[in-house]
Design a protein around this ligand. Structure first.
Ligand SMILES: *Cc1c(COP(=O)(O)O)cnc(C)c1O
Length: 356
């Protein structure tokens, strides 16, 4: 993609802003959106910000039939001085292209695309909620728009970005959640799409999520697809365990999603001189640590919830309570440090934040 001029068409009808206390997650959308088209003859072209509106697509558009689509998720925050901040957005751009490559979608110019996203966020900065725990969620995604039922990557795609003011992801907040360890359904298998943020991974997970809810648990802990022995992720979050004073998290192996929050948590913990082991973690070893009394803490990490402590693991009909179902010290410390850096409340010694 050669450098192109961003076209901006502003809306004349602004939507009313939603009640900040009733935002939920991904229910409200701002006044504008960003689009960039792709054609195999031209590459990515015509970047533009336009009023938010429904898309018109041919019913044969391939995205509807074969799910050739990828997405990203990151947040914009407003600090006390009304500056707008993004958290490690370059990481999201890199991951978007890793997902694109896995799904045979043409990659985007990361710098240029990010500069357009920043333009959109600047234009919509009045939509960024300021209260604690609230932010503007940024959802970039790519769809295959070609009208054809032939099963093959297409000639035309559209990249879009929509924005949504959001509250806290979990109604339970930073209180511990209870987790159903899924030992039947599989999220990802070696050689599959587990490391890509692509729609099919999520629709294929609903069944397990339903099963968790039937068991009165709020999320699923995924095991590896081959043997159902090793821990992978929790819902749409990466997962960490504190065992005997040290932190353990599944290694990046092609089936788990490489979270930006995961990466930041590892870097933070190491900066605090806490050992972090990225390794294969057997469910049986966790149960054993629980029986020994050395499974001290567990938590999930992701952009939406930041840190989500795990209070209960429900595995093969047995309930394992962790840290008396209370939020642990490491979870609290990490939550405070990351949200502090994201919102400008704390100094950012890592250079993770971009101020717009
Ligand atoms: C997005 C996502 C994560 C978390 O990634 P972050 O970059 O930290 O938000 C973890 N697992 C899955 C399956 C995801 O989709």
């Amino acid at each position: 993609m050669t450098s192109q001029t961003l076209e901006v068409i502003k809306t004349t009808t602004h939507k009313p802003k939603p009640d900040p206390e009733a935002l939920g997650f991904g229910k409200y959308f701002t006044d504008h959106m960003l689009l960039i088209d792709y054609h195999s003859d031209k590459g990515w072209y015509h970047p533009r910000i336009v009023p938010y509106e429904p898309l018109t697509l041919d019913p044969a558009a391939m995205v509807f039939h074969y799910g050739q689509t990828v997405f990203e998720g990151l947040k914009a925050y407003k600090d006390h001085d009304e500056n707008v901040r993004l958290f490690r957005p370059e990481e999201n751009m890199k991951r978007l292209n890793r997902s694109n490559e896995r799904l045979s979608i043409p990659t985007l110019d990361e710098k240029e695309t990010l500069s357009y996203i920043k333009e959109l966020v600047r234009l919509e900065k009045d939509w960024i909620p300021t209260a604690a725990g609230k932010s503007l969620y940024i959802r970039p995604f790519v769809i295959n728009t070609e009208a054809s039922l032939s099963v093959a990557p297409s000639k035309t795609y559209t990249f879009l970005v929509i924005l949504s003011p959001v509250g806290s992801y979990y109604s339970e907040g930073i209180d511990p959640v209870s987790i159903f360890v899924e030992d039947f359904y599989t999220r990802a298998a070696p050689g599959g799409t587990g490391y890509a943020k692509t729609a099919g991974n999520y629709s294929a997970a609903y069944k397990a999520q339903e099963r968790a809810v039937e068991h009165q648990r709020s999320q699923v802990l995924w095991l590896d697809g081959l043997e159902k022995k090793y821990v992978e992720e929790v819902g749409s979050m990466n997962v960490f365990f504190k065992i005997d004073g040290e932190i353990h998290t599944p290694e990046i192996n092609g089936t788990i999603l490489e979270g930006v929050t995961r990466k930041s948590v590892i870097e933070l913990l190491r900066s605090w001189d806490l050992p972090v082991h990225e390794r294969r973690i057997a469910m049986d070893d966790l149960i054993q640590a629980h029986q020994n009394g050395t499974l001290e803490e567990a938590f999930g990490t992701g952009t939406a919830a930041v840190i989500s402590p795990i209070g209960i693991l429900d595995y093969k009909g047995t309930e394992y309570t962790i840290n008396n179902n209370k939020t642990g010290d490491i979870s609290n410390r990490l939550h405070n440090a990351i949200t502090g850096i994201q919102t400008g409340r704390l100094e950012d010694p890592f250079g993770w934040t971009t101020v717009l």
